[in-house]
Design a protein. Structure first.
Lengths: 180, 180
DNA sequence: GTCTATATTTCGATAGAC
DNA sequence: GTCTATCGAAATATAGAC
């Protein structure tokens, strides 16, 4: 609390005035952080774009957003791991029941992927695996960054170049993985 | 410290007797945790197996190992994020300079991938992207688990089934993504 | 709303008996 | 090696003036 107050140019008492408790501050930060990523990403997945552009949109949006806040994924993963209840609280405070919303998105995606598989355009893949694959491929450079820095001696500019390259080739790699 | 002592059936004083400080305990836990994954994974990557079996070995080893300690990836990510110096300390205490070791592994993999690309067996891909793709695809179910539980209402057995399925299809998906 | 001062609790660490 | 008792510091939270 002391460090946060200093960074904000105020004192601890004022933090308590606004957030009541340390836990309240933590919950607020988690909500606002996760809300920077989730709606945008869901927007792409639920759009009417063709699959190729959904994939490209997802990858570009994710990498571009996180690039400007590179600690975001690690922070969200860390918080979900240590305080899974914050996820529930986040949806509650937004007045959203996540399960039916997700079920709807899942059903739409499932139909789209099935149709494309039926017509022989892509391999058969479940919507769960499709989404989680993209997420894993997009997020891993950021969470593995400390290791990349140490073992591959990647400094900041090398990491940025790695991201630039990855941003361009990842959509193609994902599409290729779906080829029949 | 209090909670850990309770869990271990001892008291705080004994923890201090063995680990001197809280930081010492944390460093020890990180070293032992990371050492459960890293050498095995590197063993697969540096083996003389053909690419197909390297991929399969990596995926199976990773999922099987982490399945029995599902918090391991989230914990390691969390610690790398908040205390990147622990990575350095880990290699130091093992008496290993990670950079040259990694450079050697990287060079070997690069040659293997180049040869396969030259002969038209696979698409051209850098060893960095090759390894980090596999890592991201293998790790993401575990770090995303709290979200899967909440939004897809996955209980423990559903998650285990998801892992079973993924363990089998992931090597094929990765291989397919490498097809020319 | 914002501050200073302070109360209260928690936590890491040590002393010393056994 | 393991324990009980306790110290001292740090952190969270509150009171009350402005």
């Amino acid at each position: 609390m002391q460090e946060i107050a200093e960074e904000a140019g105020v004192n601890q008492a004022l933090l308590h005035y606004y957030f009541r408790t340390k836990e309240g501050l933590a919950a607020t930060i988690f909500k606002e952080s996760a809300s920077r990523l989730l709606p945008a990403v869901l927007g792409v997945l639920t759009s009417d774009l063709p699959l190729r552009e959904k994939i490209e949109g997802f990858v570009h949006l994710y990498i571009d957003t996180v690039r400007s806040s590179p600690f975001l994924p690690g922070y969200i993963i860390s918080e979900m791991q240590h305080h899974p209840e914050r996820l529930t609280a986040m949806f509650e405070s937004a007045g959203v029941d996540p399960a039916p919303v997700a079920a709807g998105i899942r059903a739409r995606l499932a139909r789209e992927l099935e149709d494309l598989a039926d017509s022989g355009t892509i391999r058969r893949i479940s919507p769960e695996n499709f989404v989680i694959n993209m997420l894993g491929l997009a997020v891993i450079p950021f969470v593995a960054r400390p290791a990349l820095t140490l073992v591959l001696r990647m400094d900041d500019s090398a990491f940025q170049r790695f991201l630039d390259e990855r941003r361009e080739i990842l959509p193609g790699m994902i599409l290729n993985s779906l080829k029949p």
